[in-house]
Every structure is written in structure tokens, then in C-alpha cells.
Design a protein around this ligand. Structure first.
Ligand code: SF4
Ligand code: SF4
Length: 67
């Protein structure tokens, strides 16, 4: 169970890949549809992807998340 998680807002993302390169756990991956997604099972919540995104397309959300 997690109380926060990082999410990519696809409408703001320009597929630059900076978040994926910044992630120390390789939790961000580009899908076949060219969209970047965060694998919540791998992510440990360090926040480096959010810091790397110049377009502020990654936000930290609060809630109760199962993974
Ligand atoms: S750094 Fe931001 S704009 Fe670039 S791929 Fe990641 S979420 Fe998208
Ligand atoms: S919060 Fe950290 S571990 Fe999770 S996707 Fe972003 S950079 Fe990777």
C-alpha cells in the first residue's frame, strides 16, 4: 500500500524521455503507443522523474494506492 504516487499527464507530455533517463529504478518506460508510463510496482517514489520533467507533466498524487 502506498499513500502517494507519481503520474504522467499524457496531455502535457511531449515524449522527450527525460523522466525515463532520470529514473534510477527504470520504472518509466515508453510503450508501443509512444506514451511514457510509470510502472507503479517498480517505482519507489524518489521523485527524480518529476524533477527531470521540464514540462511539469509528472505530478505527485495523494491517496491510497494498492501498488
Ligand atoms: S520528462 Fe515529461 S515530457 Fe518528457 S517524457 Fe517524461 S513526462 Fe513526458
Ligand atoms: S518516482 Fe523515482 S522510482 Fe518512481 S518513476 Fe519517478 S524516478 Fe522512477
Amino acid at each position: 500500500m502506498k499513500f502517494t504516487r507519481y503520474e504522467i499527464t499524457q496531455q502535457l507530455c511531449r515524449q522527450c524521455g527525460s523522466c525515463a533517463r532520470a529514473c534510477p529504478r527504470n520504472a518509466v518506460a515508453e510503450g508501443e503507443d509512444k506514451r511514457y508510463r510509470i510502472d507503479q510496482k517498480i517505482c519507489d517514489g524518489c521523485g527524480m522523474c518529476q524533477a527531470a520533467c521540464k514540462l511539469r507533466a509528472i505530478s505527485k498524487r495523494k491517496g491510497l494506492f494498492s501498488s
